[in-house]
Design a protein around this ligand. Structure first.
Ligand SMILES: NC(=O)c1ccc[n+]([C@@H]2O[C@H](COP(=O)([O-])OP(=O)(O)OC[C@H]3O[C@@H](n4cnc5c(N)ncnc54)[C@H](O)[C@@H]3O)[C@@H](O)[C@H]2O)c1
Length: 508
């Protein structure tokens, strides 16, 4: 049987020629469609557009690209920006590894302005064309590599090639940040694959509920399981884990593997950061919270009493393996709590993700892969722009200011996601968005999530913890507010009386 080719798709200026150079460096034969078309037509593409019109060009392109993809056996191919408009081409892409080189309209324009591409006529025109093509690119992509420096595809290439041996439907996101980039793989049964992103020995940190999943991995030398739940996310537990890693003889050439939810990821990531001043960590998230949020972006840490995440560090993962099939063993309450992070991301992203999230009738752990991938992309894009929480990354705290306070005061009687759900309601009240607040409350109820606060958690206690929020500056605690999906605002200082009202409103 013919092997799949690696096929680069994407808009003008996305870097398809550079991507092909990376493929050649890896020893693959490459074909660039624009060059092939010029050879077939015997003239430059611009001239073909002018003399024969776009329609004639597209018909010929469909024939050439369709035939090439149908017969391809391995190698790498870069399509023209508009090649995917043909149904025959899209169908032929099915058996190949399709890599979307992602670029925004402004950057594309910067790169192509003044070149002889026939459709690069104006910035507005380019933005319109990209908006028309984006749904096709999205639908076809098995891997997404964001626009970056000249060697980004070269770094991502081993992970792209690894997709061939991954379970069907696995998707790759190449996550970037100021301190380094890494592969994020999202798919089913990834725990059982042979591929592993790092050399050296892996030492697995997990909790006793997830240990069974951890033991499915091929690579770990040792599996170290602590008691599940937020109460383990302490400095004392860090001390114990580090001591055990040392007793196993772990060295700086080895790495940590974090298999579990956000608690395991935060704690194990922090242990990796401090162990002998830093070893790599591979995150293997197994809860919905972790798969859509906490495993990406490198925030690690522990709680100090009721002060959430007060001791921590930034430590980007070396890779994230998100096996969505692990969600099937997750208790329904944890699955629902995780859905709140999905809801939060939908609110922040707006657009198609919000439309998808708001219409989910029941949380089916077997049917969330597209949502998990979209949320991971949103989070990674935010981190790429602001790794160290200097500005944009604050948006991710939507609902977290009040939510964290509730979580701490209730002594973690509320799961993280449940508390954030209540925090979202408070944030939307403070945002003067009553209709959106009502819709979010309806969604929370639909998934059996709390929409009101137990009396045992006092208003004054919540407000007191809120006052010590990490995001506090001399001016007060900065809230993330949002009047409509997709349009968050950060650092909003709110009248304390209004905050009290928004928290009081959470009581039945
Ligand atoms: N670092 C970040 O950027 C970030 C972002 C969001 C949340 N967080 C942190 O994440 C934590 C909450 O995460 P969480 O909800 O994943 O908590 P968790 O890790 O406590 O997991 C919830 C429960 O599910 C169990 N579990 C995990 N995977 C399972 C599976 N596949 N099958 C059966 N049981 C399973 C766990 O043992 C635990 O009992 C909080 O501490 C929060 O502060 C961190």
């Amino acid at each position: 049987m013919a092997r799949p080719a690696i096929v680069f798709i994407g808009f003008m200026g996305a870097g398809k020629s550079t991507a092909l150079a990376a493929a050649r460096k890896a020893g693959l034969e490459t074909t660039e469609i624009d060059e092939l078309m010029e050879a077939e037509l015997g003239k430059p593409i611009r001239q073909a557009f002018e003399e024969d019109g776009e329609e004639a060009f597209r018909a010929r392109e469909e024939e050439v690209v369709g035939r090439l993809l149908e017969n391809a056996d391995g190698g790498a191919i870069a399509l023209g920006g508009g090649s995917i408009l043909s149904e025959r081409v899209r169908k032929a892409l099915d058996r190949h590894i399709v890599v979307l080189l992602e670029i925004d309209a402004a950057t594309a324009w910067q790169r192509i302005e003044g070149t002889d591409r026939p459709l690069a006529t104006s910035e507005e025109g380019v933005a319109k064309l990209l908006a028309e093509r984006a749904p096709f690119y999205e639908e076809l992509a098995d891997a997404v590599v964001p626009v970056g420096d000249k060697s980004i595809v070269e770094r991502a290439f081993p992970a792209i090639q690894a997709l061939e041996a991954m379970p069907e439907g696995t998707r790759l996101l190449w996550a970037t940040s100021a301190s380094g980039d890494y592969p994020v793989l999202v798919g089913r049964e990834l725990l059982d694959t042979d591929w592993w992103p790092l050399d050296g020995t892996g030492f697995c940190i997990t909790d006793t509920n997830v240990e069974g999943h951890a033991r499915r991995l091929r690579s770990p030398e040792k599996v170290l399981a602590f008691s599940p739940g937020e109460k383990s996310k302490t400095l004392q537990e860090v001390g114990e884990v580090v001591r055990e890693l040392a007793s196993f003889g772990m060295t700086r050439e080895d790495h940590v593997i974090a298999v579990g939810g956000g608690v395991v990821g935060d704690l194990a990531g922090f242990c990796a950061h401090v162990y002998q001043r830093g070893v790599p960590v591979v995150q293997v998230p197994t809860t919905l919270v972790a798969q859509v949020d906490s495993a990406y972006g490198g925030k690690t840490g522990v709680d100090i009493g009721e002060l959430k995440n007060y001791a921590g560090a930034y430590h980007q993962p070396a890779a994230v393996l998100t096996d969505t099939a692990t969600l099937e063993t997750l208790p329904p309450r944890d699955l629902a709590a995780g859905f709140v992070e999905v809801l939060k991301t939908g609110l922040l992203a707006g657009g198609p993700l919000w439309e998808r999230v708001r219409t989910i009738e029941a949380i089916d752990p077997g049917g969330l892969d597209d949502v998990v991938f979209a949320c991971a992309r949103y989070k990674c894009a935010v981190v790429a722009a602001d790794e160290r929480d200097g500005g944009l990354r604050h948006v991710l705290n939507l609902g977290h200011t009040v939510g964290h306070a509730i979580e701490g005061v209730s002594e973690f009687a509320y799961l993280h996601g449940e508390a954030i759900g209540l925090g979202l309601l408070a944030a939307l009240r403070l945002s003067d968005a009553p209709d959106l607040r009502e819709e979010v409350a309806t969604i929370l109820r639909r998934h059996d999530l709390p929409v009101s606060l137990e009396r045992a958690v006092g208003v004054d206690d919540v407000l007191a913890v809120l006052d010590r929020d990490k995001k506090r500056t001399a001016a007060g605690v900065g809230f993330v507010l949002l009047s409509e999906p997709g349009k968050p605002r950060t650092g909003e200082i709110v009248d304390p009386a209004k905050v009290r009202e928004a928290v009081k409103e959470l009581y039945p």
